[in-house]
Write a protein that binds this ligand. Sequence first.
Ligand code: 13P
Ligand code: SF4
Length: 358
Amino acid sequence: MDSAHQTPLQLEAQIRSLAEHATRPPFLDAERRQELHARIRRLLAEQDAVIVAHYYVDGELQQLAEDTGGCVADSLEMASFGNRHSAKTLVVVGVRFMGETAKILNPEKRVLMPDLQAECSLDLGCPADAFIDYCDQHPDRKVVVYANTSAAVKARADWMVTSSNAVAIVEHLHREGEKIIWAPDRHLGHYVKQHTGADMILWQGSCVVHDEFRATELKQLMDQHPDAEVLVHPEAPEAVVALADVVGSTRRMVEAARDSLSDTLIVATDYGLFHKMKQAAPNKTFLVAPTGGTSGTCSMCAHCPWMAMNGLDNLAAALEHGTGEVHVDEDIRRRALIPIQRMLDFSRSHDLVGAATA
Ligand code: 13P
Ligand code: SF4
């Protein structure tokens, strides 16, 4: 297929099975949690380590990151924070591509993750060998990849983008007369194409969480709450994005929740984000946009199974035993650094990076 690359059905089935079998951290009683908190704080100080967490992980881990001088952020700010911070060890609490990005940017630092099996369906749905073949078939196009990809895919790219800066970067390339290969998220790709008018061919990946949001049921919920504002992450399907008042990255959604004049917000993203949204707007009511009903199946039910693999116990074990250390092949790392650094330089010079202090 020339204009779009389909994910083979067999690969889609494997991704779904991995998502359904992702392990959950065990239940911990209050005493054990307290003990783990104390141990993690001690180990962070002893090892000159800092936690860099994503908004979708458990609220208790987000709080611990902030209380110990780390950050909770979207994927752009996670990369930027880890890069600016002086700690010798970065503990990335999120999914694997986030740990890899941290290592690519900071080869001199040790990068640990609670569980290296924490995947992302976008990364899994864009295998490097097939992607490289696809790019080789279109040598006249600039290769723009989303952060949610492996180091090997980034190594074949000209630019990396996140949901915070994708429109601005593609707009810039379009103005320069470039045609684009976009991978892997088809919904975000469609959104960027619509907003920039750029000539883009799209890899057909999707996020198992955001792909489940359903427009029909969302309209029904909007009818029940006519004054609610609707906030949507651009990894959601087009029909859902079309109903949004605000479309943006996780950070943009938190800001929108804080600034909204509505008392009720309907949110189409992972409900892990509700922790920060409720802190930003404590008096507002947050409703999860529907993923089930007559047109949906709700198997992930608005929560990323891989983000949910992060817990206090595997975080403590990573620090204590050095398990979950991220390694990236040096040749791939050097090549992958180019599109990431290009994105960071662009974002910093266009004021697109947030305010997390390092
Ligand atoms: P953000 O860059 O908006 O944090 O998105 C990352 C992600 O994985 C969303 O599913
Ligand atoms: Fe990947 Fe979706 Fe999970 Fe984000 S929510 S990490 S895009 S699977």
